[in-house]
Design a protein around this ligand. Structure first.
Ligand code: NAD
Length: 489
């Protein structure tokens, strides 16, 4: 059954302001909620990348010579266009990714917030000036890097490209975007709307593809910096390859987020926040709750959590996962945990949605008595599945969280401020929260995890990204010939 309600943009490359077919193979793109093929995306090769880099290089001198205040005017207009096209952009995210309308809308709204941050950059990027010796001034300026690249995953096809495009471009860079081949359509609308907002041709280019084009980006001698968001396995490959080619790189990887729940937590608040965190976007958020570590007597919270999870309706309040392979992988994790002795309290396996029988759905799943050594306790499941681990000792709960290779997010649920501080100080994660299921820092705070959830120094958004997308020029000037001289003159 067709679920199309809007005209879909073509899944094409966007080079020098124009949509282009790739030269080579294509790959089917699915609507994961219905299982139907909605587009064929080009799997581009080095030839297409070279063309995009040439376009970006040609656009760079004029774009970078504008002032920051001039460049952000494009993003003021783009922000208005995002608002005017909110419904279409929302439906597009929902169609290509499978999330429900309200979640897709929240994603586009977050894109607007990211754009607002870029508009505020002239107020934030403060270059310094100081008289460092008598009559001698030093001044810094943030200079763009040149041609930069951004490689994105399937789970936020609108928002994750906007983590980087507004800041990198407003700061004077020209960009090559490589979206996920599973969700390439939102990126095309972003490029079209930026063009409508007045972005000059060549400043943003899209080259679609898979592994081959990512490797070509990491190797390209004229790309100065690479940002990557995706799984840890690929983040490591990209970080190693890009930096070994002497590029700047920030590569965000996967996650295994732990929520530590104490018996004094507010039952309703904990249950609803945890259920929303583990099932929102079908658990396909790098900030999703994946493991809940209950300390002491928390049965009342688990009971209420299961009631809330059972009330989540696939196809209505729960979207699909991205592919048939993802559904099979998630269900394998559940079955294996059950075989190893864990107890499945709410079972989302074998879920189908009436009228969307070919869609890839997994229902909300809660598994109790998971042991730290089980695969499901250690690996990223990336589905609407919550594992509950139990302990009687807060330090043991923290040790479990600390033993993870990842370190994106962690939260503690308690009404005791001292305990909240104790846990927050000791968990090993970049984004931590109290009584909040998804502790995403909003702009102007930056986004980025620790450990194997991020490789590279800066975060990907917020003020931290300014240092990533620019290099500092330090100017020293002396104009008065009578200036005092000293040992530094
Ligand atoms: P993925 O790693 O499979 O793909 C990400 C990008 O890498 C895509 O553009 C893809 O084409 C490319 N790619 C895939 N395999 C490659 C290879 N072998 N060599 C080079 N490039 C390759 O990730 P995904 O499945 O699209 O997205 C889900 C993952 O992204 C999850 O692990 C999730 O946690 C992570 N993620 C992390 C964050 C974060 O902020 N840390 C945010 C969103 C998603």
């Amino acid at each position: 059954m067709s679920t199309k309600t809007i005209a879909l943009p073509p899944a094409k490359n966007f080079i020098n302001g124009h949509l282009e077919n790739g030269l080579s193979k294509t790959l089917d793109v699915f609507n994961p909620a219905s299982g139907e093929v909605i587009a064929k995306v080009p799997l581009s090769g080095k030839g297409e990348l070279d063309k995009a880099v040439e376009a970006a290089k040609a656009a760079f001198p004029a774009w970078s010579s504008q002032t920051l205040k001039e460049r952000v005017q494009v993003f003021f207009r783009f922000r208005t266009l995002l608002e005017q096209n909110l419904q279409e952009l929302t439906e597009l995210v929902s169609i290509e990714n499978g999330k429900i309308y309200s979640e897709a809308k929240a994603e586009v709204m977050k894109g607007i917030e990211l754009c607002e941050f870029a508009c505020s950059l002239p107020q934030i990027v403060n270059d310094e000036i100081q008289e460092v010796s008598k009559g001698v001034e030093c001044r810094t300026s943030h200079c763009p890097l040149g041609v930069v690249a951004c490689i994105t995953p399937f789970n936020f096809p609108h928002m994750v490209p906007l983590w980087t495009i507004p800041n990198a471009i407003a700061l004077g860079n020209c960009m090559i975007l490589k979206p996920s081949e599973q969700t390439p359509l939102s990126a095309v609308r972003i490029a079209e709307l930026l063009k409508e907002a007045g972005l000059p041709d060549g400043v943003l280019n899209i080259v679609n593809g898979d592994k081959e084009i990512v490797e070509a980006i990491c190797d390209h001698p004229e790309i100065e910096a690479v940002s990557f968001v995706g799984s840890t396995r690929v983040a490591k490959i990209v970080y190693q390859r890009a930096t070994s080619n002497l590029k700047r790189c920030v590569a965000l990887g996967g996650a295994k987020n732990h929520l530590i729940v104490l018996p004094d937590a507010h039952t309703e608040m904990a249950a609803t926040n945890i259920a929303a965190s583990m099932s929102g976007c079908a658990g396909q958020r790098c900030m999703a709750a994946s493991a809940m570590v209950g300390v002491g007597k928390i049965d009342h919270i688990v009971e209420r959590l299961c009631e809330v999870a059972r009330a989540i309706v696939p196809g209505d309040s729960l979207g699909s996962v991205i592919s048939k392979e993802a559904k099979e992988r998630i269900e394998r994790y559940i079955t294996e945990a059950e075989e190893q002795g864990a107890k499945v309290l709410v079972d989302g396996r074998n879920t189908t949605v009436k009228g969307k029988e070919e869609g890839y759905y997994v229902g909300a799943t809660v598994i109790d008595y998971v042991k730290p050594e089980m695969k499901i306790a250690k690996e990223e499941v990336f589905g609407p599945v919550l594992s509950i681990l139990r302990t009687n000792d807060i330090d043991e709960a923290i040790r479990i969280e600390n033993s993870s290779n990842y370190g994106n997010a962690s939260s503690v649920f308690t009404q005791n401020g001292k305990m909240a501080d104790y846990v927050m100080e000791r968990v090993s994660a970049g984004m931590v929260g109290v009584n909040i299921g998804v502790p995403v820092p909003r702009e102007p705070f930056s986004f980025g995890g620790w450990n194997e959830s991020k490789f590279g120094v800066s975060d990907i958004t917020g003020k931290s990204s300014v240092e990533f997308w620019t290099k500092l020029k330090k100017r020293t000037t002396k104009w008065n010939p009578e200036a005092w001289t000293n040992w530094m003159s």
